[in-house]
Design a protein around this ligand. Structure first.
Ligand SMILES: *Cc1c(COP(=O)(O)O)cnc(C)c1O
Length: 379
């Protein structure tokens, strides 16, 4: 089956007891034990496994052609679990892309994970630097995120995954912004692909969930699976059900978001009040060729700098009508956000930069809204 077919069918079947086409939600936390000690479908207690979670994990495994998938209560629970699941004998050194998701930076600063692991950051668009950083000390984990946000940097996935392999390290990618539709990291040699399912896969800004898809069985996957149950940061059945509903339209949504994002990027690039646009679908983007090689489309996320100060950027964000000024990405609504004032002193975002997550509104309406918002700042 091809991607779109699997998105509708993988991990699901017509309900054998009722004929329901849509998978029922199973809210039961516990399952009856038979006299011989067995369980009808292998389910015993919902934290260990449940039908909705299993369906979602099977579907996501299938969508990225992996071996298995482990889901969590949020993208951050998936991220912290991946770092902690690094097998005992591996060096506790993690080489990370410098433009990492802001929540990861916060986690490293504010929790014990940042102290228990030696975290080294590097600009992963510079492959020579990545190689020398990985080789300068024994490394256990190499962490990519591409496209990154808000700077929309593109990393050569295959090259970095190979460097990790040569160094005996596991490679991980945060594939959230790319989505499984546009980017298939496991086929490029990456060991683990993770998602904030909260974003594009859920797709409607109404659930919180994280997932890690493993390329093959190994010690690290076994830690992830055992600790999912033992530590208990599991998603609810309802959120799994919502994610499975969302995933069915993932491809259609993302393809439209790609085409609208390109229309908006072209419009902004030609605009007199715009200093720079960061969208990998633009020929002017430094990562355009690599993105064209490893992605099926350039995504729905872009950033741009207005000509002017932080005050001007905020003025634009505060002047939109159709677009919503809000955080997050990958939903049906278009979101605009001034990351620097959200991230405060830890930020790496320029103060005149705005991030746009393109939704499913008509692209012409979005363009007109940006045009009128930009008319509020001086040339
Ligand atoms: C939102 C996000 C996360 C964190 O996911 P939550 O579901 O909010 O915990 C991680 N990585 C990226 C790229 C994200 O956009």
């Amino acid at each position: 089956m091809r991607f779109e077919t699997k998105a509708v069918h993988a991990g699901r079947e017509i309900d054998p007891t009722t004929g329901a086409v849509t998978t029922p939600i199973h809210l039961s936390t516990t399952y009856e034990r038979s006299s011989d000690g067995s369980y009808t479908d292998g389910f015993m207690y919902s934290r260990g496994d449940n039908p909705n979670r299993r369906s979602l994990e099977e579907c996501l495994t299938s969508l990225e052609n992996g071996h298995d998938c482990v889901t969590y209560a949020s993208g951050m629970a998936a991220i912290s679990s991946v770092i902690e699941a690094l097998p005992e004998e591996k060096p506790k050194r993690v080489v990370m892309a410098d433009d990492m998701y802001f929540g990861v930076r916060t986690m490293l600063m504010e929790t014990d994970i940042g102290r228990r692991f030696d975290i080294v950051t590097v600009d992963m668009t510079d492959l020579d630097k990545v190689k020398s950083t990985i080789e300068s000390a024994p490394t256990g984990l190499v962490w990519m995120e591409t496209p990154s946000n808000p700077q929309i940097k593109i990393i050569d996935i295959e090259a970095v995954a190979e460097m990790a392999k040569q160094a005996g390290a596991f490679s991980v990618i945060d594939n959230t912004a790319a989505t499984p539709v546009l980017q298939q990291p496991l086929s490029l040699g990456v060991d683990f692909s993770l998602h904030s399912v909260t974003k594009y896969i859920g797709g409607h800004s109404d659930l919180l969930l994280g997932a890690v898809i493993a390329a093959e069985d190994n010690d690290m996957l076994q830690n992830l699976r055992a600790w999912q149950h033992a530590k208990g940061a599991v998603p609810s059945s309802f959120d799994c059900w919502l994610a499975l509903r969302g995933v069915q339209s993932l491809s259609a949504r993302v393809m439209m978001q790609c085409s609208s994002a390109k229309i908006i990027a072209d419009f902004l690039e030609a605009h007199e009040k715009i200093e720079a646009v960061y969208y990998p679908g633009l020929k002017s983007h430094s990562g355009h060729d690599i993105a064209a090689k490893q992605m099926k489309g350039f995504g729905g996320l872009l950033s741009f700098k207005v000509k002017g100060s932080e005050k001007d950027a905020l003025k634009v964000a505060n002047s939109v009508n159709i677009i919503t000024q809000a955080t997050s990405l990958g939903g049906t609504h278009t979101y605009i956000e001034h990351r620097a004032s959200v991230e405060k002193e830890l930020t790496m975002a320029p103060d005149n930069l705005l991030r746009l997550s393109v939704g499913l509104e008509n692209a012409e309406d979005l363009k007109e809204d940006l045009e009128q918002a930009l008319s509020n700042i001086p040339v």
